[in-house]
Ligand binder design. Structure first.
Ligand code: MF3
Ligand code: CO
Ligand code: CO
Length: 273
């Protein structure tokens, strides 16, 4: 079943879960510095999620069906050529020039909030900064395609067009997803596609958009840990993610951060006219 907000309790629940997830990304920013391990970032987030927010970190022990290994940590940390689902490790010390995605999913009162962003450790290369910026723009263009009556394919089309116009490629093996009381629900939100294709969006539907964009070719491979996805050509990959709800005129982003306020005001002004 497609995830959707059915009543005001659902709406309040999704707003609270989204705000909580966003606050974890805001909290962790100052800790992303040279010399820190990704395991330490995981511990800081875990304690903040559990003790300050009174939430459950959804990734911890997630999966594990069908012989898969459950995810062993509370957040995903995907460094440099890691596309997604990087596992925090004491052996992974960040150094100046690294770029990473931190992906946070919390469960608050039964509702999920799922969001991620890129961080630069010390000084990032010109390429890393450009890839990260274009990927964030891809997320925003996908979001701008959302409104009741639009189609899922409009989102993928907007993302793919912007990525490829900048000579980057779109990862196809992972997609956005319906979200609510369930972490990964229908629909699948592809980050590539054709305008006017796919499911018609209806008011109240809740899903994520989370484009993974590669500096080189789109192909990926899975490491033996069965979680970590890396680029086949070992070139950089970036990802940004929001959880949102479809409205008549656009969408409500549940995981918005303060630093995005100016952009979202522009978006709402544009959709109102
Ligand atoms: N947060 C990821 C997503 O955006 C999923 C992580 S599942 C995990 O869908 F098990 F790897 F944590
Ligand atoms: Co997600
Ligand atoms: Co996520």
């Amino acid at each position: 079943m497609v995830a959707r907000v059915a009543d005001s309790a659902d709406l309040q629940g999704m707003r609270a879960a989204g705000a909580a997830a966003a606050s974890v990304l805001e909290m962790i920013a100052e800790h992303v510095v040279p010399g820190v391990t990704t395991d330490h970032l995981d511990q800081l987030c875990h304690h903040f999620i559990v003790d300050e927010l009174q939430c459950i970190p959804a990734p911890l022990n997630y999966g594990g069906g069908g012989g898969q290994i459950p995810f062993p940590k509370s957040i995903c940390t995907s460094v440099n050529h890691v596309v997604c689902h990087g596992i925090p490790a004491t052996a992974k010390t960040l150094k100046s020039g690294d770029v990473l995605n931190i992906d946070i999913t919390v469960i608050k009162d039964g509702y999920h909030g799922d969001t991620s962003k890129m961080f630069f450790v010390g000084d990032a290369s010109v390429l890393a900064k450009r890839l990260s910026r274009i990927t964030q723009e891809c997320l925003y263009r996908g979001i701008e395609a959302v409104r009741a009556g639009a189609r899922l394919g409009d989102i993928g089309y907007a993302i793919q067009k912007h990525a490829e116009a900048n000579r980057f490629s779109v990862v196809r093996e992972f997609c956005g997803h319906g979200i609510g009381k369930v972490f990964h629900d229908a629909p699948q939100v592809l980050h590539y596609g054709r305008k006017g294709s796919g499911m018609v969006l209806e008011e109240g539907m809740t899903f994520t958009i989370e484009p993974m964009i590669n500096a080189g070719k789109r192909h990926i491979k899975l490491l033996p840990d069965q979680w970590t996805a890396v680029t086949k050509d070992h070139k950089l990959s970036a990802q940004w993610e929001h959880t949102l709800m479809v409205t008549q005129t656009g969408c409500e982003i549940f995981t918005l951060r303060n630093e995005e306020a100016a952009w979202s005001t522009r978006l709402q002004t544009a959709s109102a006219t």
